[in-house]
Design a protein around this ligand. Structure first.
Ligand SMILES: Cc1cc2nc3c(=O)[nH]c(=O)nc-3n(C[C@H](O)[C@H](O)[C@H](O)COP(=O)(O)OP(=O)(O)OC[C@H]3O[C@@H](n4cnc5c(N)ncnc54)[C@H](O)[C@@H]3O)c2cc1C
Length: 335
């Protein structure tokens, strides 16, 4: 393998793959570095909304839900018919689908099982040697080494879940603001299991309590935890810019996930693709990236208001999800 590349991309998650996809077939030499030997597996509930679905998904391995049901404490459930169905798919199947074009491209090398330990101005140090670059794209997720190198602070949400072996047929969200604060429980049915989880702000709920709440919820819903392993991960949502000299940050490394929903795949895909386009054309104005930032800020603006009004949270959630039944409100929020 060569040791000098025009572009080095760290991380073959949605952001890194989307970036490599744009650069595939160009005149640039590209190295996509991934620490895992298999590309795809990631702690994630695998729920895909409109923008992510538009990037293409393996339909035969996905499930499609035209509606979702929201429970708020013990109030009657709110069924929301979606403008664009929510899909669930395993991250491995999604990555395999997105990688198809890249694998055909002669100018992109994919180095799996290669972990980046550090970097200088124009090279990365990995356990398989050093590689130099003109441009570096950091798509290395919420615990990005490059983000730390750049010196940016980070803020995280946390998600915990079990993959229950039972199948189910309804996407559910459960809000209990008195206990979970701004977090929520979810049920995402997949083809071979049901992903049942809790997403929360660690400043207002401990992981230990979140685990107990999740286990109780699973019992209520009749999902067995026996045998299933608790999985968890961080969701990076503090965006402080995406360009630092010849270094670009994409996806979770840039803090682009939504603090409000914990959703990060659409933001990772859009940012990776837009950064790829900017590398090819330095005058590219990144319109999709700008639109995505507007949506992230809109979602988080509502959530900040919600978090700052503990006494009104129930009323605010009820009004929010009542409005979300309207197609225009879903479109306004990016769904
Ligand atoms: C519990 C949980 C549930 C979630 N559910 C959803 C959901 O349903 N829908 C949704 O849209 N989002 C969800 N998210 C968020 C979503 O998973 C992320 O926002 C998304 O994966 C970010 O994509 P990315 O490409 O930026 O980073 P990642 O997907 O994290 O990819 C980063 C890649 O970089 C590699 N890497 C990291 N460090 C190095 C290194 N040093 N050297 C080489 N390679 C490295 C990793 O192995 C990985 O392959 C969830 C997150 C969590 C924690």
């Amino acid at each position: 393998m060569a040791s000098r590349f025009d572009v080095v991309i760290i991380g073959a998650g949605p952001a890194g793959i989307a970036c490599a996809g744009v650069l595939a077939g160009s005149s640039l030499s590209v190295l996509l570095v991934e620490k895992n030997t298999v590309i795809g597996p990631k702690i994630c509930a695998g729920g895909l909304t409109r923008v992510a679905v538009d990037f293409g998904i393996p339909e035969e391995q996905a499930r499609t839900f035209p509606s979702q049901t929201v429970h708020l404490d013990e109030q009657p459930p709110l069924k929301i018919v979606l403008n664009h169905p929510l899909k669930t798919v395993s991250r491995t199947a999604l990555a395999r689908h997105h990688l198809q074009e890249i694998e055909k491209a002669a100018n992109v090398e994919v180095a799996t099982g290669t972990k980046v330990a550090g970097l200088t101005e124009n090279s990365i140090a990995t356990d398989r040697g050093d590689f130099s670059f003109r441009v570096l794209v950091a798509a290395d997720g919420s615990q990005s080494v490059v983000r730390r190198h750049v010196g940016l602070p980070s803020k995280f949400g946390i998600g915990l879940y079990y993959e229950a072996p039972q199948s189910s047929d309804e996407v559910l969200f459960q809000f209990r603001p008195g206990i979970i604060r701004s977090g929520y429980l979810w049920v995402f049915p997949h083809r071979d299991c049901t992903n049942v989880g809790i997403g929360f702000n660690p400043d207002t709920l401990t992981a230990g309590l979140a685990k107990v709440i999740l286990q109780q919820y699973m019992k209520e819903k009749g999902f067995a935890t026996n045998g299933a392993r608790l999985k968890g991960g961080t969701i990076s949502h503090l965006y402080r810019g995406h360009r630092f000299g010849n270094i670009f940050l994409a996806g979770d490394a840039a803090g682009l996930a939504s603090k409000a929903s914990g959703e990060g795949i659409p933001f990772a895909l859009v940012s990776g693709r837009e950064i790829g386009r900017l590398i090819l054309d330095p005058a590219y104005p990144m319109p999709e990236f700008r639109r995505m930032l507007v949506l992230k800020r809109r979602q988080e603006g509502y959530w900040r208001f919600f978090e700052s009004m503990p006494r009104l949270q129930k009323v605010l959630l009820t009004s929010y999800f009542t409005l979300m039944k309207r197609p225009w409100m879903q479109a306004y929020m990016g769904y």
